[in-house]
Design a protein around this ligand. Structure first.
Ligand code: HSE
Length: 435
């Protein structure tokens, strides 16, 4: 007998995350009834290919290859969107919201590109859009910001927000496999985006950081306004020199409230090897949030993968189902931005830098580089050169770190240095964060 009192759930997508959601619902529905008083019934599931073998069993009658069947089913009150991408995910979510159905999405790209439209539609039609899974998978970071830390003025966010790049950097640091092989492994394990360039070039982390900034700082910041550099240029040489200097390279998302402006950036950074974030390995994510009342708090866990992401989706689902049962309206959307963001222009940001110059091994080379740093008022902290080139034409890596300098000054200095005849390759610059 179908349970007619249950809250009807429709699922869009039975890929990695969708299958995880079905598995958790199959395992835990009785438990949810007991501990939260909520009865859930999965009523319809949209799949791309009806004939494909599946890792979880479902009655055939639930499956459809027409996503509209799920959204339009009168017995579906909450729609879970885990198909990813912008379209048709966007139109399906809008279709559901416009008839007052609640939506749970794990789709950070969709929220980053079209979040405004979706939240407006939700507000207009008294529906709700929940998105815990969209930032750092299984870590309840959205809830932490909206609930647990609500009493705080958030001062800064430092995070390892992308599992794929953390997996690759960890393996490069700990000595195994090449870049392509490790990226392949991250894809197989379901961590990487459908287009993994979004992981590698920092877009995925920037989208997550933009969402965190909206919630933490209540600003309308798009991911395109975030300074962004990926990990593709990070070489094993840089990892080794960083280690020698006592640092580990991580792709960091950093956001700070500086008076009434926001500093937001995503880039590889050298961080002290004994810092907590330096020891976050493989696909794990971690976010350190500093609140004015609570001080620093670190949230750590799996930011990607089937069950971690499904865990966050199901937790949103339960909240929305509970709201439906109790008639309690969730508060205003945490993504309803209160003010336009005023981002600090990248040129004004100040950090220390690691620089790797590829130079001819001759007297006077260091002096010429030091002279340009001096012209730009950049103070040198350390210099490393190992060994010698056998010939006058041979090159060596020359490593320098600087004290804090303005980004603009550093860019000017490196442009001048790269024009010197003693330099044979484009110089590599990585920011240092002492944390
Ligand atoms: N592709 C993301 C990552 C997971 O590697 O962290 C989904 O956000």
């Amino acid at each position: 007998m179908p349970n007619t009192d249950a809250i009807g759930v429709g699922l869009l997508g039975m890929g990695v995350v969708g299958s995880g959601v079905v598995r958790l619902l199959q395992e835990r529905t009785a438990h949810f009834r007991k501990v939260r008083g909520v009865d859930l019934a999965l009523r319809r599931v949209a799949v791309h290919d009806l004939s494909k073998p599946r890792s979880v069993e479902l009655p055939k009658a639930l499956l459809t290859d027409r996503a509209e069947d799920v959204v339009d089913d009168p017995e579906v009150q909450i729609v879970i969107e885990v198909i990813g991408g912008i379209d048709p995910a966007r139109s399906l979510c809008l279709r559901a919201l416009k008839v007052g159905k609640d939506v749970v999405t794990a789709n950070k790209a969709l929220l980053a590109e079209q979040g405004g439209d979706l939240f407006r539609a939700a507000a207009q039609h008294s529906a709700h859009l929940a998105f815990e899974a969209s930032v750092c998978g299984g870590i309840p970071i959205i809830r932490a910001l909206t609930d647990g830390l609500v009493a705080n003025r958030i001062q800064s966010i430092y995070g390892i927000l992308n599992g794929t790049t953390n997996y690759i950097l960890t393996r490069m640091t700990d000595g195994g496999g090449d870049f392509e092989e490790m990226l392949g492994q991250a894809q197989e394990k379901g961590y990487a985006e459908a287009d993994p360039t979004m992981d590698i070039d920092g877009t995925d982390a920037a989208q997550k950081l933009a969402l965190l900034c909206r919630i933490a700082f209540r600003v309308d910041l798009s991911h395109q306004q975030i300074l962004k550099e990926g990990i593709a240029q990070t070489s094993p040489l840089d990892i080794d020199f960083a280690r020698e200097l006592g640092y580990t390279i991580k792709l960091l998302g950093i956001a700070k409230a500086v008076e009434d402006r926001i500093e937001a950036r995503v880039h590889p950074a050298l961080i002290p090897s004994d810092a907590l974030l330096a020891n976050i390995k493989d696909e794990f994510n971690a976010v350190e949030i500093v609140g004015n009342a609570v001080g620093p708090q670190v949230f750590y866990g799996r930011g990607a993968g089937q069950l971690p992401t499904a865990s966050a989706v199901v937790s949103d689902l339960l909240d929305l189902a509970e709201h439906r049962l109790t008639g309690r309206t969730p508060g205003p959307s945490p993504l309803a931005a209160l003010q336009e963001a005023v981002p600090i222009p990248p040129d004004e940001i100040e950090t220390s830098f690691y620089c790797r110059f590829t130079v001819y091994d001759r007297p006077g080379v260091l002096a010429r580089i030091a002279c340009i740093f001096s012209e730009e008022r950049i103070s040198i902290a350390t210099v490393i050169q190992h060994g010698r080139s056998e010939t006058a034409e041979g090159t060596v890596p020359l490593i320098m770190t600087t004290h804090e300098a303005r980004e603009a000054a550093m860019r000017r200095a490196v442009a001048k240095i790269d024009r010197l005849p003693i330099i044979t390759e484009k110089s590599r610059i990585i920011r240092i964060e002492e944390l």
